[in-house]
Design a protein around this ligand. Structure first.
Ligand code: ZN
Length: 269
């Protein structure tokens, strides 16, 4: 499932391509991907210009000229492609936006969705989300505050969107690896130094992944050479049995509350 770096990468690339462009037509192939009747969606979205694109956690928010918002959550298996009838991926598209010269295809929106919302509804949807880890307001002090008296395992809190927004299965493991702590450790057992290392690693790992284009496998458009660049740079995620770049031991995989969890026993404590 795309996490903060993947969605922020999408946001930046989409801003360059479709910001200030008008959605001239819409095709909805799966009405469950949206939250209102297709006719209402058409009425409120067709002919609208995309004024801005924001991101909150793993969501993208398309701000329309008429004041409505489109809230996108790709969830597991969801992706996007900006192209034409000629170069589009041969996959089922649940929603298609036509921009006159190009089309934005929403693919694999099975669990994911594209909801038409008012500003108030967006605020309601976001009210329980935790802080944005790359925001300058997310400081070591904020981090220590939200940890409070947490007792559970590191990974399980890191993937909790109410704790911090935008981190999922991949980057929780990457962050723990970078901070040299085991994802199975408990918050109340961490030393002050380890907490500080975790904080530094949250910012470092997410920024690095973003610079490398995140891990989505498909490019966003034909000449996109950035998206997916992180795939070859994962420290531990999906690297079971491979050699740790830091200490040379084998990376192991376990299940933690039915989530895949990767780490190195050689250099994570
Ligand atoms: Zn290691």
């Amino acid at each position: 499932m795309p996490e903060l770096p993947e969605m922020e990468n999408y946001r930046r690339l989409l801003c360059k391509q479709i910001k200030d462009k008008t959605i001239t037509d819409i095709k909805i192939n799966r009405d469950k991907s949206i939250n209102v009747p297709i006719s209402e969606f058409h009425e409120k979205v067709t002919g609208q210009t995309i004024v801005s694109i924001d991101r909150r956690g793993k969501h993208l928010l398309f701000h329309l000229q008429n004041g409505f918002y489109l809230l996108l959550h790709l969830m597991l298996g969801g992706t996007m492609y900006l192209g034409s009838q000629q170069d589009q991926p041969r996959r089922t598209k649940q929603v298609i936006f036509d921009f006159h010269n190009s089309e934005l295809f929403f693919i694999g929106l099975r669990l994911g969705y594209l909801h038409l919302l008012t500003k108030e509804q967006v605020e309601e949807d976001f009210k329980e989300l935790g802080p944005e880890p790359l925001d300058p307001s997310f400081t070591l002090e904020t981090f220590k505050e939200i940890i409070g008296k947490k007792k559970g395992k590191l990974k399980l809190a890191l993937v909790d969107q109410k704790f911090i927004a935008g981190i999922g299965n991949c980057y929780s493991d990457e962050i723990c690896y970078h901070a040299q702590v085991l994802p199975t450790r408990k918050w109340n057992e961490l030393s002050e130094e380890e907490l500080e290392a975790l904080f530094t690693s949250i910012k470092f790992v997410l920024n690095r992944a973003l610079e490398l284009g995140g891990y989505m496998e498909m490019p966003l458009y034909k000449l996109d050479q950035l998206t997916g660049g992180y795939n070859d740079h994962c420290f531990v995620y999906d690297r079971e049995g491979e050699v740790c770049n830091r200490c040379g031991q084998s990376i192991v995989k376990i299940e933690l509350s039915s989530r895949k969890c990767f780490y190195c026993l050689g250099c994570q404590r």
